[in-house]
Design a protein around this ligand. Structure first.
Ligand code: ZN
Length: 508
C-alpha cells in the first residue's frame, strides 16, 4: 500500500538497535532490511500521518442531523458511515488535496453528505463506523445524486488545512448503541419499504425506497479486478448510476464478494474499492445489514451492490434484525461442518467413576430428549459401526475439517491457513469418518454426533495428527479392522449443544 520511500540515512547503513527492529507494528508497510536509523513506527507515522490533535477555538453546538439548516454556523454532530466512496483529484500543487472521500453519515434522525478532503492523512474508514464531525458550514446538496429523500444537506471539510473543522473516528468509545436506529423506525412497527430478499430480487427493487435486512453468510477474499470499470446501468429515476469503483490513489479496482441471506433467499453482495475493508469487521452468521436502496444486477444469480444512493446500517437496533440473527445462529448450529466439542459441559471423570452405569438404546434417548429436552445426562450405548469413510475421505483430502469465515475447510492435515482471513487453523477429525452407527432400535448418522478428541483416539487407536500422517495402506487396514465392530460408547446430551456427544469409546 505504502510507496517505498527510504530516507537519506539508508544509504549510509548505520547499525540499528535490534530491539527496535523487532518492534514492527502490524502495518501494511513492507519491512525492509536496510536499516536507516528510523524505527518502522517512525516511518509509518511519516508515510501515514494521523490527524493532528485539535482544540475547538469557538463553541460548536451539538446538533441532530434533522435539525441542521443550510448556511454558516458551527455545529458538532455524530453519526455512522452508511456509505462512502472515493473521488481522486490528482494535483501537483503541494498544498492541494490529494482526494476526497464522499461519506454519507447517519444518526437516529437523518443523514448528511460529508465531503472529507485529504492530503496526507489515510482515513481508515469502513461501513458502520461511528464518527464525529465539527464543521462551520452546511450547504444544500448541489447535485441531483445527493438529493435522495433523506440526504439533502452536505458539508465539505478539509481538517488537515482548515482549523475550523475536524473529523474524528469514535472507534474506542463506540459501545455499539449510538446511532443504530434505522430512520423512520418505531418499535413494533414494520419499517417502510422493508421486504424479503426474495421479493426484492423478484421485482421489489423497482420500489424507490426498497429495503432489505440480511445476514452475512460468508466473506470472500479481496480480489484485484482487471476490468477497471464495474458495471454501470441506466436508471430511469436518477440518470446514470455509477457503481463505485474509483479507488484510493488510483490503484487497481479491488472487490470483495459477500454472501448474504435471509429466511427466504441467498444473494451475493459485491463491494468495490475502499468499501472492501468493511467486511473485515463483520462476523459470519452474526452481522446483520439493513440495506436501503441496494443496486441489483442479474448475472444468472441475483447480485447486489452499493450505488451512490444506497445506505447500509450495520447491526441496526430493530426487532427484525434480532430475529434474523437468532435464525442465523440456529442454522449454523445445524450446519457447522465440524462443531467443536463442548468443553466443560460434561463431567467425564465423574461419570467414568460412577458405579451406576445406565445403558440406553437409541430409541430410549430419542424418547427422553422429547420428554425432557432440558435435562442433561450422561450414559452408555452399545453401538455397531456399519459405515466407515476413512479411505473415501482420504482420497478427497477431507480427513480433517473445520470452518472459518463461514466457509468449510478440509484437508488431510492438522493445520492449514484460512484463505479468507489468513488465520492459522487447527483441524479436527471429520465426523463423517463414521457414516452410520446402529443398535437394535435404530441408527445414528455422523451429522448428529460430536466426538471428543479422546473418543476419536480410543476408536482409531491414533490421534488426529497420526491419522493425517498415516499411509494409504494403513488407512485401508484401519477401515477393514474397524468396520462392523461393536463399541461401548459413553455419551452425553445437553440441550445447549443440541447434538449427541461421544465422550469415550471402548471397543468391545
Ligand atoms: Zn477465516
Amino acid at each position: 500500500m505504502a510507496p517505498q520511500i527510504t530516507s537519506i540515512q539508508s544509504f549510509f547503513q548505520p547499525e540499528v538497535p535490534s530491539a527496535q527492529k523487532r518492534q514492527k507494528p502490524a502495518a501494511c508497510h513492507q519491512p525492509s532490511d536496510t536499516g536507516d536509523g528510523f524505527t518502522s513506527s517512525e516511518i509509518e507515522a511519516a508515510l501515514h500521518p494521523s490527524l493532528h490533535k485539535w482544540q475547538p477555538r469557538t463553541l460548536y453546538n451539538d446538533t441532530d442531523i434533522r435539525d441542521l439548516v443550510a448556511g454558516p454556523g458551527c455545529v458538532a454532530l455524530m453519526g455512522r458511515i452508511v456509505n462512502f466512496h472515493h473521488i481522486a483529484t490528482p494535483s501537483k500543487m503541494p498544498k492541494a488535496a490529494k482526494g476526497c472521500l464522499k461519506l454519507t453519515v447517519k444518526d437516529d434522525t437523518g443523514t448528511l453528505a460529508v465531503k472529507l478532503w485529504y492530503a496526507k492523512v489515510d482515513y481508515n474508514l469502513h461501513l458502520g463506523l461511528l464518527v464525529s464531525i465539527w464543521t462551520p458550514h452546511v450547504s444544500n446538496a448541489e447535485s441531483k445524486s445527493l438529493t435522495v429523500q433523506d440526504t439533502s444537506l452536505v458539508t465539505s471539510i478539509f481538517p488537515e488545512r482548515d482549523n475550523s473543522c475536524y473529523f474524528m473516528v469514535q472507534e474506542q468509545s463506540d459501545e455499539g448503541i449510538m446511532c443504530k436506529t434505522p430512520l423512520g423506525y418505531r418499535d413494533g412497527k414494520q419499517l417502510d419499504g422493508l421486504m424479503t430478499l426474495k421479493s426484492f430480487t423478484q421485482g421489489g427493487h423497482e420500489l424507490t425506497d426498497a429495503k432489505i435486512l440480511v445476514c452475512v453468510k460468508s466473506i470472500g477474499g479481496r480480489k484485484k479486478c482487471e476490468n477497471r470499470h464495474a458495471p454501470t446501468r441506466e436508471d430511469e429515476r436518477c440518470g446514470l448510476i455509477n457503481f463505485v469503483v474509483v479507488t484510493k490513489k488510483d490503484k487497481e479496482a479491488e472487490k470483495v464478494d459477500v454472501n448474504i441471506f435471509d429466511d427466504t433467499a441467498d444473494a451475493k453482495l459485491t463491494l468495490w474499492g475502499p468499501l472492501c475493508s468493511s467486511p473485515a469487521c463483520w462476523k459470519t452468521s452474526y452481522t446483520i445489514l439493513l440495506i436501503t436502496r441496494p443496486g441489483l444486477y442479474d448475472d444468472g444469480r441475483p447480485q447486489l451492490s452499493l450505488t451512490n444512493n444506497t445506505h447500509v446500517d450495520v447491526d441496526p437496533c430493530m426487532t427484525d434484525a434480532y430475529w434474523l440473527r437468532e435464525h442465523a445462529q440456529r442454522l449454523t448450529k445445524r450446519e457447522h461442518v465440524n462443531q467443536p466439542f463442548p468443553e466443560g459441559v460434561f463431567d467425564v471423570e465423574e461419570a467414568a467413576e460412577s458405579e451406576l452405569r445406565i445403558v440406553f438404546t437409541l430409541a430410549d434417548i430419542d424418547q427422553f430428549v422429547r420428554a425432557a429436552p432440558a435435562e442433561r445426562y450422561v450414559g452408555y450405548l452399545s453401538l455397531t459401526v456399519i459405515e466407515l469413510n476413512i479411505y473415501l475421505l482420504y482420497q478427497r483430502n477431507m480427513l480433517l475439517c473445520t470452518e472459518c469465515c463461514g466457509v468449510p475447510i478440509f484437508a488431510n492435515a492438522v493445520t492449514t491457513k484460512c484463505k479468507q482471513c489468513e488465520k492459522e487453523l487447527i483441524l479436527r477429525i471429520n465426523p463423517r469418518l463414521v457414516g452410520l452407527l446402529i443398535d437394535e432400535t435404530g441408527g445414528i448418522t455422523s451429522g448428529k454426533l460430536i466426538w471428543s478428541d479422546e473418543a476419536w483416539e480410543q476408536f482409531l487407536g491414533r490421534n488426529a495428527e497420526e491419522l493425517a500422517n498415516s499411509s494409504l495402506t494403513l488407512l485401508k487396514y484401519l477401515e477393514n479392522r474397524l468396520l462392523f465392530l461393536k463399541l461401548a460408547v459413553m455419551f452425553g446430551w445437553s440441550e445447549d449443544v443440541g447434538k449427541l456427544c461421544i465422550l469415550r469409546v471402548t471397543i468391545a
